[in-house]
Design a protein around this ligand. Sequence first.
Ligand SMILES: [Fe+2]
Ligand SMILES: [Fe+2]
Length: 288
Amino acid sequence: MAPEKKIIDWDERYTIGIPHIDSQHLQLLDIINDLHKACCESDSKALEQFRQAVRDTVTYVKTHFSSEEQIMEKFSYPDMSEHKKIHSEFAQEILGVAVSFEEGKKLVPNNFVRFLKDYVLSHIAIVDAKLGAYIQELQNTGIMGRNTIRRKNEDDTERKIILAIDDSKTQLTIYKNNLSMYDVYTCESAIPALEIIKTMEIDVILLDLAMPDISGFEFLKYLRKSQEQPNVPVIVISGKNTEKYILASKDYGANDFIAKPVDPDLLLKKIKKQLEIADSKSGWTIKS
Ligand SMILES: [Fe+2]
Ligand SMILES: [Fe+2]
């Protein structure tokens, strides 16, 4: 069977360099590709997926545009009003499609695919890219600290950022599923994690020990000596839960240790504890 063809693939042009915005953009590509796939299968599948796609796009527009606009406001983006106007026009179009759909008007799913695809090509690749370049420039000139861009919770507090490093995709999925109250970024090896800590302020790191390339201990050694957030709390999470590895984690500068398989309640409790310690700036670590 021929490999499934996506109508739009992620491309470097769509990366704007603000991690949570990039991951939201990827969600839109998924909506488009899922609908396109259904359109290629059958009319009934297309219609069924169309209903889902319209709903998902309405939700997407609300959360995504508000995330981008928070950044624009926070960093006094000069083209903010023009960018917001484009968002508002697009949101109106999407709501129009949703209303027409609810009223039972005959709509062509394929047209919606094309409409969304054009939006990605024109808005993300050009308009959002300009915002990304502006933020990048602020970061390069040191005007803003390392990733002061954070998503907001409903109570207007900023969401905490967790970086989970583990070579098991299953384990990373467990973290994502259990830590939905945080923004969780994942790395399947410690090497990309070293890049992430240069550009993004992390609140807690969850670290596996046995990984290809560089081990959890090597990562810790580098982190604690580096200029890049040397004091970020690290919870080692490993199947190697003998006293030897627990003590070695402590010696390398870990703040806590959890044995695999991970108990979700314990994980939440320990993350919360590290966040409280960091907030109170007590400087507590198990190393001392
Ligand atoms: Fe966007
Ligand atoms: Fe935008």
